[in-house]
Every structure is written in C-alpha cells, then in structure tokens.
Ligand binder design. Structure first.
Ligand SMILES: [Fe+2]
Length: 472
C-alpha cells in the first residue's frame, strides 16, 4: 500500500470512528409495561387524615437559612387556627426549645384552604438529630430530622432526587422505592411539579392537601428542597385566579431572603459540601430581570473551596431528546448557559419530561447569528444535565424519543424512578438512578462524577453500544 493510499485509509477509519462517536449514547432496551396513570382516590390510606381534633397534617420541612442551621417547619390544621408553636429538642437532652411561627389561609376559586402554618426554627446544632412537635393539647404530633454537618469541602452528603411526582399509584411506588433505598438520601432535591391539582376542574386544591398528606411520611422527616414547575403556576384568570404560583407559594416556603433573592422562585442554599442554586423556568430570566440579576450576582459568590459541588435545579430541561417538551428550555439555555460553563456547574437536575435522561458534558454557547456554530459540543467545563421528571404523575410516561439519539444524550430510558447523588469528598460523587420496576437495590444507570473544580478530568464512560438502541 502506498503512502497516499495509507493516509486515505486512515482518514476513512477516522471518519468512520467519528461517526460512531457522534452517535448518541445508550437508549435502554428496557420497555416498561404501559399502564394507565390514575390518581389514588381521596379515601386511599396514603391520604389518611391524622386522628384527633385539629390534628396537624401535611407536615413538611425545608432548610431555613443559607448554611443548614435553621429549618422551616410547615403544617396545616383544618378545624381552627390552633397553635403556631413548634417545640423542638436535640436528641438526648431534656431541655426543650420553642419557636413561634405564622398562620395563613388562601382562597382559590371555590376552595378555601386550611390554616397553613410556617415556623422557622434557628440556631440548630450541626449534624444533630432533633425531635419536634406541632399541634395543641391531646392532638400534638411528633417528628424528627437530622441537621446537616457543618459546611466543608470534604463533607460527605447524600441527596435524593425526584421530580414530577403527583399522586398516582406510580407516585406512591416512586416514593416507597426512594424510602427503601439503602443509600437513601439525607435531603431531597425536588425538581418541580408537585401535586398536579391543576389536572382537575378549577384546579381542585383538595389535591394539594391530599398530596401534602401523601408525602408527609418523607417530607416531615427530611428536608425537601423545592423547585417550581409549570404545575405550580395555577394560573386561571378566566376563573379569577391571575396570581401565578398562589397555592404553591402559600404552602411551600423557602429561604429565599437569606439567599438575597427577592422571590421564592429562585434562591440558593449551601448544605454540607454543596452549593445548590434553584431557578424558575416560569419566571422571567431575560437580561435585567430580577432572576437574571440575582443569578449574575450569585455565581461569583460560590466558593468551591468551601462547597466544591455546584448543583443547579430547574424544571424545564435544556438538553432533552424526548419528543415531549422538546426545546422548551431553549430560551433559558440561551440566556444563562454561558454562566454555567464559566462557573463550572457540576450537574443540573431538571424534570418536566416524564422519563429519565443523562447527558454528556456538553455546551452550546459558541453560536452567534452568523457563525452557524449551533451544535452542542463536548465541553469539560459544562455540567452534566439530568432529566428526572419520572416521578409517575397522572399525565403518564414520556416514551417517544427523537431518533437517532443525539450525541449530547448519554443515557435515556422511559421509566419511572428516583436517583441518588452521593457526594464522597471534594473530588468524587457517585450517582445512580433506580427504576421503579426493579427491586430497590438495582441501579439502572450510574455515573461517577468528578468535581469540575477539584478534579476536572473527563469522566465520560459512554461507548456506543449498538445492541441497546432497540426501543421504538
Ligand atoms: Fe412540568
């Protein structure tokens, strides 16, 4: 073979291999049995009203400050306002503390809410189990939680991930699988779309109440970090409801003021070794808007020496290869992605698409209106994007994918499930996703994350496996 022929052959081999590399990642061959997604009826045991006059219900907790030394305790009473007091005490002590909260009600079309209580308890000790009690007289209820360790770069911490949960039988399976996972998270990062009350006429807000009772078995015992989804909008101007996010913001308080935010829809917290930024896909994010300006000021505050892991939660995914909500996140990506690359976000968790997907580290920030550079490219400064809107709500499964699988898509599967993001130290985190159809210990997708600040080497493990691209 002559030299020129050898180079031609070499070029052909390289071209062929680049085609393979440019092909997408893995589309799971697992095909979930298609079943109708229906909400559990109001008289289901998971929606049981706790016994006793005016007993607190729908108890949920979330971080109440920037660093994890405060907790917002929320609950609902239905017979009368009752007490706003939370009594709390660290394990193995007799001295009890108490804090006073506030109470509110709201109206939504023909619905009047119960008495919604919010109380922030402060100056908690790190890494300590606390018991707390809400209610009055004979109908008090007691719960417990564990505060996070003090913030530090090598503090291990485990986050659970769920999204688009709803209140169907599948939702119940997802939550049960999460609870029974041996590597159960210490805090849930919830990526939006909670109750799906808006599925019903006049957005039947009794479904907000039933969801609160359903999830209490987890939300009362570990903090859930809330992200607003489109099903939190409850925008119904034709019925007089023209205030977006009304039920959501009345029911789920977040520590946005501590994060310097002016609205509860975008904010940040630090927890253990993670800095978590929560954004709203359904609030203005264009230049000069409050959310844009807040994020512009927020990113430079992230101290990777203190909190190496930079995590962003937002509802509508930027990199999605399903034929559901395709490119809905595009305008937000165009506005904000350059910061995600500049500040080396480790991972972005989204929901909205009712299936599972993990991306390669890609960015698409080169484009201007004349250069045609509009294809996502591998970028080791870019986040991994994970879509985990697979909680199992009433709208059913997203099982229609784009073909061929785009090169940005590393792994995708149309199933319901939850995930765990397990931070080991400043350099490594182990992530795995569990589908509901398996036993709890089975991991259907896993990935070692290498921190973008401390260990920014390519951790991609995707190889093109032709045998797995069989779902139609
Ligand atoms: Fe959604």
């Amino acid at each position: 073979m002559g030299v020129s022929n050898f180079f031609i052959l070499l070029c052909l081999i390289l071209c062929a291999s680049s085609v393979l590399v440019c092909n997408g990642g893995i589309t799971s061959s697992f095909v979930r049995k298609i079943e109708p997604s229906v909400d559990m009826p109001f008289d289901s045991d998971v929606f049981r009203v706790p016994p006793g006059y005016n007993a607190p219900q729908q108890v949920h907790i979330t971080q109440g400050d920037q660093v994890g030394r405060a907790m917002i305790i929320s609950w609902v009473t239905v017979d009368e306002p009752g007490s706003n007091t939370v009594v709390y005490w660290p394990e193995n002590t007799k001295h009890k503390h108490s804090a006073e909260g506030t109470v509110l009600t709201y109206k939504y079309t023909n619905y009047i809410s119960g008495y919604i209580h919010h109380c922030t308890i402060k100056k908690l000790k790190f890494d300590t189990k606390y018991s707390y009690e809400v209610g009055l007289g004979l109908t008090t209820r007691q719960f417990w939680f564990t505060t996070p360790p003090q913030i530090g770069p090598d503090v291990p911490y485990t986050f659970g991930l769920m999204g688009d949960l709803g209140q169907t039988y599948d939702s119940n399976r997802t939550l049960t699988h999460y609870e029974s996972n041996p590597s159960k998270g210490q805090t849930v990062l919830f990526v939006g779309d909670i109750s799906y009350a808006d599925h019903y006429p006049l957005h039947d807000n009794r479904r907000w109440d039933s969801w609160g009772r359903f999830a209490e078995r987890s939300t009362a015992y570990q903090p859930w970090i809330w992200t607003a989804g489109n099903h939190e909008l409850d925008f119904l101007p034709e019925s007089g409801e023209s205030t977006p996010f009304k039920p959501y913001t009345r029911r789920y308080h977040v520590p946005y003021k501590a994060a310097g935010s002016t609205a509860p829809l975008w904010y940040s917290i630090k927890r253990a070794s993670a800095h978590i930024i929560v954004l709203s896909s359904y609030s203005a994010y264009g230049m000069y808007t409050p959310q844009y300006s807040w994020l512009e000021a927020e990113f430079p505050k992230v101290n990777r020496t203190e909190t190496p892991w930079l995590i962003v939660l937002l509802h509508s995914p930027w990199y999605n290869s399903y034929n559901y909500h395709f490119m809905e996140g595009e305008s937000m990506r165009v506005m904000l992605e350059h910061w995600f690359v500049k500040y080396k976000v480790d991972v972005v968790f989204s929901g909205h698409v009712h299936a599972y997907e993990r991306s390669e580290r890609v960015s698409n920030v080169a484009y201007n209106i004349v250069n045609r550079a509009c294809t996502p490219v591998k970028d080791q400064s870019a986040p991994v994007y994970i879509t985990i809107g697979d909680g199992g709500n009433i709208e059913g499964l997203a099982n229609n994918m784009t073909w061929p699988q785009p090169s940005y898509s590393a792994h995708r599967e149309a199933s319901f499930g939850h995930a765990i993001f397990d931070i080991k130290n400043r350099t490594h985190a182990y992530y795995n996703w569990h589908r509901n159809d398996d036993g709890y210990a089975v991991s259907a997708d896993s990935h070692w994350f290498f921190n973008r600040y401390w260990n920014p080497v390519d951790e991609s493990t995707t190889t093109v496996d032709q045998s797995t691209t069989t779902v139609s």
